[in-house]
Design a protein around this ligand. Structure first.
Ligand SMILES: NC(=O)C1=CN([C@@H]2O[C@H](COP(=O)(O)OP(=O)(O)OC[C@H]3O[C@@H](n4cnc5c(N)ncnc54)[C@H](O)[C@@H]3O)[C@@H](O)[C@H]2O)C=CC1
Ligand SMILES: O=C(O)[C@@H]1CCC=N1
Length: 285
């Protein structure tokens, strides 16, 4: 731990992987939190904690005592471990929490009732589904609250995710479909971009050109939707000249079942999120 270890953290990240880092980077870059107001720890990866302490100047906890102290002193705890590790963590957390500490989960599939059952108490809980674009302030987060989360705590939770992008309150039962759209969605776009870059290189572009052109194309398309508020189908049609090159490309996508494939992928993502939640719930019995 660094030399300011005794400062009371405002927010503690329980699990210090990609998603926790994305939120922390966003909070610090947007100056929403001082680095030393943020505490982070993981299961056992000291090298990773050293990297986080050096890169962001956040507090990190190595020993069991440091971790417990961070958990007990932070008014907000962000659960950011993988679903398979959540049951064990929540069971251990229950006895050491105070009733007014807000638990914010970013864990896919894990429901509020399951979290409360694992904690063994009716803790105030915000269940969220952010995405990694939070690290540059362009995240998209869905959030649902347990009924114990009063207005002040709701505001605190919202302010974390507002600081790192867009946040929208949704009914908890919609969280899995939201995971299929915005939680996992950046990966679908990257997948598309990987394929476009490969096709560009195979067609003779230099790798850097193919990358630059692909990135700018995706950025421009997203900004067009945002700024014009136009229906994407209309924006697509404006590019698609009758019998032109775009039409030829769209026909290849359509013949391969593009829309059905994307819908099936989103549905499978939703279903997988539910399966992961159900697996955690099983650990209650
Ligand atoms: N990566 C993403 O794009 C998104 C991830 N999520 C959710 O965020 C959560 C974390 O995902 P990633 O950051 O990608 O995973 P990751 O594998 O990068 O990080 C998980 C972290 O949890 C720690 N951990 C595990 N068990 C622990 C324990 N008992 N005590 C303390 N630390 C423990 C690990 O050491 C590691 O630091 C998952 O539940 C996932 O569903 C949600 C939205 C997007
Ligand atoms: O792939 C996963 O399970 C997590 C949830 C949303 C994004 N990544």
């Amino acid at each position: 731990m660094n030399n300011q270890e005794h400062q009371t953290p405002h927010i503690c990240f329980y699990g210090a992987g990609s998603m926790a880092e994305a939120i922390v980077r966003g909070l610090i870059n947007r100056a929403v939190a001082e680095p030393q107001q943020i505490a982070m720890f993981n299961r056992s990866n000291a090298e990773r904690l050293d990297y986080l302490a050096q890169t962001y100047n956040v507090q990190v906890g190595h020993s069991a005592e440091q971790k417990q102290s961070m958990l007990q002193r932070s008014p907000i705890l962000v659960l950011a471990m993988k679903p398979k590790d959540a049951a064990e963590a929540l069971k251990a957390l229950g006895p050491i929490l105070h009733e007014d500490q807000l638990v914010v989960s970013v864990i896919a599939g894990l429901s509020i009732p399951t979290m409360q059952a694992l904690l063994g108490r009716k803790q105030p809980i915000a269940r969220t589904m952010p995405n990694t674009s939070s690290s540059i302030g362009l995240g998209a987060t869905g959030i649902a609250f347990s009924k114990e989360v009063h207005t002040d705590l709701q505001q605190k939770a919202l302010s974390i995710f507002e600081a790192v992008g867009l946040v929208t309150i949704i009914a908890e039962e919609k969280m899995d479909i939201l995971t299929g759209i915005s939680g996992s969605g950046p990966a679908y776009i990257y997948y598309m971009m990987e394929a476009m870059i490969t096709a560009g290189v195979e067609g003779g572009l230099m790798a850097e050109q193919a990358r630059e052109l692909t990135v700018q194309t995706v950025l421009g398309a997203a900004q067009m939707m945002l700024q014009t508020e136009e229906d994407p189908a209309n924006l697509r049609k404006a590019i698609t000249s009758p019998n032109g090159s775009t039409q030829a490309a769209i026909e290849v996508f359509a013949a391969a079942g593009f829309t059905e494939t994307v819908k099936a992928a989103v549905r499978r993502c939703e279903e997988r999120s539910k399966e992961m939640g159900a697996a955690i719930q099983e650990s209650l019995s």
